[in-house]
Design a protein around this ligand. Sequence first.
Ligand code: FAD
Ligand code: NAP
Length: 338
Amino acid sequence: MPIKENISLKKLNTFGIEANAKYFAEFNTEDELLDILQTTVCKNNSKLILGGGSNLLFTKNVDGLVLKNNIKGIEKTTENDEHVYIKVGAGVNWHQYVLFCIENNFAGVENLALIPGSVGASPMQNIGAYGVEVKDVFHSLDAFHIYDNYKISFPKNQCEFGYRESVFKNKYKNEFVITSVTYRLNKKPIFNTSYGAIEHELEKLKVGALTIKDIAQAVMNIRRSKLPDPLVIGNAGSFFKNPEIPALRYEELKKTFPDIVGYKVSESKVKLAAGWLIEKCGWKGFRLGDVGVHEKQALVLVNYGNASGSEIEQLAEKITLSVSEKFNINLTKEVNIF
Ligand code: FAD
Ligand code: NAP
């Protein structure tokens, strides 16, 4: 596969940030990936694996090799009375895969409809929405070691999935290229409609006997009404994670901020809505030049046109500081900064 030089990444990241890659290579198969991994350019440079570019922020040019994953393919590997196992190429668009599941009545990913990005990135941060996380349907993945070039399979119990976390975002950061993911889907759906506005949206849709297609439609309607479309306004979804704090600390905060939004995650932990904290600091709808905070969801930072990655990062720092000053809570970034 040819390795190109000095390639613009502007159209390859949903923030729409102008940044160049010193070297750039795309691969459509595992063999093509192996060829690239064995080149001198690859061996002598730092590497950045790119999927759909919807969870990253470029703050400078990439002084290394960008590896763009285009491996396609969706196949059923096995099934039993309850489950079907689907192996999907890492370069498949996540939402296209969700639509495939819905068409075939394979249940489990309907609440994750319309999340941008690639299948290969889905285990990276254990993508989640509306009460479902990828770990709930994850079976295993195949990956190549980026330096030693061996192929390895990771079963679920080796992925260390957590809230928007996995071993690939931590211990093995930048060490493996994920080439395919196998999901275990349910033949008989287990509906999850209790989260957020799903029930309300289903009522509006006036559905009869509930199907996974209805849930996906409700989720898509809600998402389209609240979230900026990256094709129109540059963004990478939630910029920060929702912080988890001790339940006692939450009770303390409630005395000063009675309407603070929190959800119990265990007996001792409460998850706060970071969007609420940011909004209460006055940032919702903020705009300076081409950088801003989305007017409908304060967790989403936006690029209205020609913002630079460092401008967005600076805004994120200011927001973090004001949340820390007002609530004494430290926000951490969900988006990967390069
Ligand atoms: P990229 O942005 O290309 O990469 C993200 C990280 O994964 C990088 O570190 C990259 O190096 C690494 N990576 C990518 N592919 C591979 C691979 N094959 N092997 C190894 N490493 C890899 N996320 C949610 O969890 N829930 C949501 O509801 C949600 N909603 C969103 C809504 C909008 C409008 C947007 C813009 C984003 C949203 N996101 C959401 C964030 C994002 O869509 C997900 O994190 C998605 O999984 C990123 O996929 P990607 O292919 O674009 O990854
Ligand atoms: P929302 O429904 O306004 O809720 C605000 C926050 O409160 C969410 O982030 C969610 O945390 C939490 N929450 C709401 N209801 C909950 C419940 N019943 N139990 C536990 N936690 C609850 O959020 P939204 O911004 O419109 O997003 C809706 C869903 O899409 C959320 O799951 C969100 O994570 C996901 N989403 C993610 C991204 C991203 O880039 N990561 C972008 C857009 C939307 P959780 O985030 O933990 O679910």
